[in-house]
Design a protein around this ligand. Structure first.
Ligand SMILES: N[C@@H](CCC(=O)N[C@@H](CS)C(=O)NCC(=O)O)C(=O)O
Length: 260
């Protein structure tokens, strides 16, 4: 068995954080791709290593480490060769507070448009009883799925999520303003950049990049991130929703045409 085995899914935002961290550290890992719609994350063997029934899970020498934010910090703790946290403890605490904010505000918010735009048809194809059984099988996301139902999150919920995303982008612009860039904490790319990365990538993927149209610092940050070598290896083909769901790619083209 490889030293690092990552159980994850190509399009999962939480998985993307860990893939990026491993790639940025240059740590080779064996990638096990789970099919979240086939329910691989809810099988007994997987629940034995991650009782929350979600990806990612990292096995380090066979021992499980779960939760993307925890895994990122764990990887940094065991490998100091490529530091991804500030040296100063107070700055490290500030970075952790940024990650908590990211996990509290934009990370849950981006699920709402993601589910409504990309994943809903999958649930609509089920019978009511099948859908309820699926909700009941989810250790973390039962109520979230039930709120979405088979008609999708209502407009009020979508608007609330989009508002939270906009506020998080504004907060990001403030962080960049304070740090002077290129990264959220200044010269060193840290776990805070990696924590917010999948939210920004997902927003761009589902046509929400207008959120930072008037925030050039965020656009510059995103350009710089896309140029890091770890970005391409993390976002291999199939990691974006528009690469998997043709209806989303068509929606983008239609939007671009109508904006002409
Ligand atoms: N706090 C957890 C959340 C993990 C999570 O929500 N993973 C999603 C994909 S990004 C998942 O596995 N969903 C499967 C499901 O809902 O059944 C983390 O950051 O690792």
């Amino acid at each position: 068995m490889a030293e690092f085995v990552l159980y994850n899914a190509p399009q999962s935002t939480c998985s993307q954080r860990v893939r990026y961290t491993l790639n940025a550290k240059g740590a080779p890992f064996e990638e096990v791709k789970l099919d979240l719609f086939a329910g691989d994350q809810l099988k007994p063997d997987y629940l034995a290593i991650n009782p929350n029934g979600v990806v990612p899970t990292l096995l380090h020498d066979g021992r499980p480490v779960i939760d993307s934010a925890v895994i990122m910090e764990y990887l940094d703790e065991i490998d100091h060769a490529v530091p991804l946290v500030p040296d100063d403890p107070v700055e490290r605490a500030r970075m952790r507070a940024m990650i908590r904010y990211i996990d509290e505000v934009p990370t849950p918010a981006v699920r709402v448009p993601s589910y409504n735009l990309a994943f809903l048809p999958h649930f609509q194809a089920m019978s009511e009883a099948e859908f309820q059984a699926l909700c009941d099988s989810k250790p973390l996301r039962r109520e979230f799925l039930m709120k979405m139902g088979r008609t999708g999150f209502p407009k009020a919920e979508m608007d609330e999520a989009l508002g939270r995303l906009d506020r998080a982008v504004t907060r990001m612009a403030e962080w960049l303003d304070q740090s002077g860039g290129p990264w959220l904490m200044g010269e060193r790319l840290t776990l805070a950049d990696i924590a917010i990365m999948p939210v920004i990538v997902r927003m761009a993927d589902i046509d929400l990049e207008t959120s930072w149209a008037d925030k050039p610092a965020v656009a510059r940050w995103f350009d710089a991130l896309r140029q890091t070598p770890a970005f391409a290896t993390t976002y291999y083909f199939g990691a974006l929703l528009t690469e998997k769901y043709p209806h989303l790619a068509e929606r983008r083209v239609a939007r671009a045409m109508s904006a002409r």
